[in-house]
Design a protein around this ligand. Sequence first.
Ligand code: SF4
Length: 310
Amino acid sequence: MATVLKPRDYKSDAHINWCPGCGDFGIVTAVQMALAEMQIPPHKIAVFSGIGCSGKTPHYIHAYGYHTLHGRVLPVAAGAKLSNKDLTVLALGGDGDGYGIGSGYFVNAGRRNVDFTYIVFNNSVYGLTKGQGSPTLSKGLQTKSMPEAAIQDGINPLALAVSSGYTFVARAFALDPKNLASLIVAAVQHRGSSFIDVLQTCPTYNDLYTAEWYNHTKDGGPRLYRLAETGYDGKVTDPGNADEVIAKKVQAIAKSYEWGEKIPTGVYYDIDLPTYEDELTARNPRYGREPLVATDFSDRNLDPLLDALR
Ligand code: SF4
């Protein structure tokens, strides 16, 4: 009888050294729940991270893991997926890592549509380096370790993702791991580049976006709500219909600016388009038959190429 994998089967034995109460705990739990729900064997999973508190996440997941360089998680994850298309590839990183130094990679990964999932731990500060304001901190806000309020405005990661070409764009909350796990399952099962911006509490340095702030408005009601419960539909039904694609992109971008007394979570935009791997296979059917890592190139005759270059 086949073994049923549980979330605990995706836990490594590494000691977790995030601060007590950090929202990162909710995210790693959600990843483990999602992997168990999909029953993906650990040896078929590769988890990549950039630098920051979130960069430690692959250490805590029982799967292949690679802690890359600051801002460089996406090219490494994409390269791994293209080399071994049979892997489930997760890229993880913070907002400073992905939307700051990694912003060029963030945009260009979207337009390629390689089949992987990018999960951003968005806490609006650089937690690992003592809480400086990150690219998602809005102008005029001042967290407790900043000597003065932010002088520049923050970026809108969801609008940037939709504009860059990500084919699945969602937002979730780190302290709701069950809901986040269901979005991770949807993102992994989506063919193409999936992106989830996760609102993550940093109790050590961000005293503005706290669990209390996310959970209660001034009136006491919840600040976060689910798009799916309002009739919102981000799915493009006919990817060949430019009018529908534009309308759904405009809808997603408009919704991404809703931030304040109410903040939406869920799937903002979802479209089925050919992946980068599909395009490669169209050019070279051999790529579609077997992963590059399993391809034997030893009998390849390079003489014509070398002759052409002489
Ligand atoms: Fe989490 Fe913030 Fe501590 Fe980093 S500094 S581990 S983000 S609470």
